[in-house]
Design a protein around this ligand. Sequence first.
Ligand SMILES: Cc1cc2nc3c(=O)[nH]c(=O)nc-3n(C[C@H](O)[C@H](O)[C@H](O)COP(=O)(O)OP(=O)(O)OC[C@H]3O[C@@H](n4cnc5c(N)ncnc54)[C@H](O)[C@@H]3O)c2cc1C
Length: 568
Amino acid sequence: MKNSVLQPEQHISSNFYESDIILQHYVQTRLSARSLAYISDKLINIGASAAGQLNELSLTADKFGPVLHKRNFYGENIDEIRFHPAYKQMIEIAVTSEMFRIKWEPGLRARFAGERHRLGFALGFLFAMSESGLYCPLCMTDGVAVLIDRYCANADKERLLPRIYTHDAKELFTGAMFLTEKAGGSDVGAALVTATHKEGSRWLLNGEKWFCSNANADIIFALARTKPEIEGTRGLGIFLLEPRLRNGAKNNMELVRLKDKLGTRSMASGEYLLHDAEATLVGGETEGFKIMTDMINLSRLYNSVAALAGMRRGIIEAYQFLSFRNSFGKLALEHALIRTKLLELGSLYLGNFYSTWRTIEAMDAVENQDALAEEAQLLRLLTPMVKKATAEAAVYGVREAMELMGGLGYIEDGVMPKIMRDVMVLPIWEGAGNIMILDMLRAMMKTQALKTMLSEIEILYNAWSDEDIENAKLWQSATIELRALEGLLSSLVQQPQEIMEATAKPAFERLTQFYQLYCLLRYYDEDSATWMSPAIGFYLRRLQPIMAINLQTAPSLETIKNLIAWAF
Ligand SMILES: Cc1cc2nc3c(=O)[nH]c(=O)nc-3n(C[C@H](O)[C@H](O)[C@H](O)COP(=O)(O)OP(=O)(O)OC[C@H]3O[C@@H](n4cnc5c(N)ncnc54)[C@H](O)[C@@H]3O)c2cc1C
């Protein structure tokens, strides 16, 4: 046995739900008895699949990605995307899990009102622990359901929603969103695709959409310019675009090519040219962006859940490996530096986990209309905050977990390289990090969310400082730090835009850490103390004064040029 990588008894999880005490504790404490009774078996089933069959399918679908067949034997344009059978099997697993049905089937929707996002995301989280490529089309399928439900004509609702909550995978309609154009992804208002009125609610779309994930979608929501004379997002309408027209003919959409991507390789992302493509206007002619934000905000939460799933998977893979790997005469896990790293990764995971579920709860409450106005404002601030934090934590966490596995972490026989590639997109799509900072700034200036958040944090910190006598001083100094941050943030509104933006990034990142610690305290109880206490200690130490964040100005272009030292 001496010349072997691992000792023979290495244990691999056979069920990602049953081996996840944190998720189990969360659903047991934050779901109603009725929901828990309905979902428990489903979580066990998807947990088993994610650790077994789905995992195998995911590795296969990643290796044998979709292929575009532009033309048929007779030279006719067919633009058909062919997938490996593994991808279709994964769709079946998703449908069988009921992650959509539980949210959209009318009876279940009414029964689980106020908890439906928690239910869908608990199932989705386990699914994404194995397969985050397909999780993107699943996210957009849920997203188009939101827009159909809120904004489409009754006839379209009756026609399309049952295809989303179907329990037959062959019946499933999946969704997509076409926003990004060459002229702009972050800058959606730069969109050039035009919409010309045809008759009634029918319009014709022309132009190019540059990043179209789930390129084989059945239901697409596309932004297009209804008012060429109005610049920016205000001149945009939103359209229901279907690749098949009602008479069965192919719509005038040309799939130019599929993107050759670093990760999420199992699903197809493409580039589309629209030549008089027929589409239905949804909402007012200039309400497109406003309506699309409903789908974008839900997608941002999906992004966070996918990030948590990737990070958790990376950490448990490394943890299992290290539990059976020997180096320098002892178990790798017994080395102080390895344990220190795992403390950091585990704590960051928990801070991100609880802040994400806090946000999902806010979305549930707001949709169920049982929330105070403050909750809606908080949701507005939390959505970009957790999107940015979780995505960055996943990239960092998976990379570190990969390193902890040494050379094997880098080898494609295992799952780590796929997870690493898949999480890399999370900080980019659904709004890159800077865009999240700008969104947080808007939320801070337009709502009372920051005030609410800061006072909630302070109340809980003070309570802990009274209880946790041993660390009372640390709690007090963390509270002083928090007040300093509050002062800095409130002074931002008077600053010129350049200073405001440059200062907002480190300030919001620090605020995120304060909020993550708050969430650990908020969800702390006797049963969770075993994993919460080390994480609380970690965050508490991290939030001690290290370096004051002061008002700062953005460096000049000259400074940047000097720093980069690049000769054209
Ligand atoms: C795999 C993949 C799949 C995708 N799928 C879809 C899809 O299905 N539908 C869709 O519509 N889009 C999709 N996208 C596009 C994606 O949403 C965009 O790439 C993203 O929004 C960034 O836009 P961009 O690429 O135009 O970059 P840019 O907007 O040019 O941004 C480049 C950098 O500049 C920064 N930046 C931009 N503006 C500012 C500012 N004002 N202040 C500070 N920094 C700024 C950004 O943060 C970013 O880091 C996909 C992208 C990828 C990689």
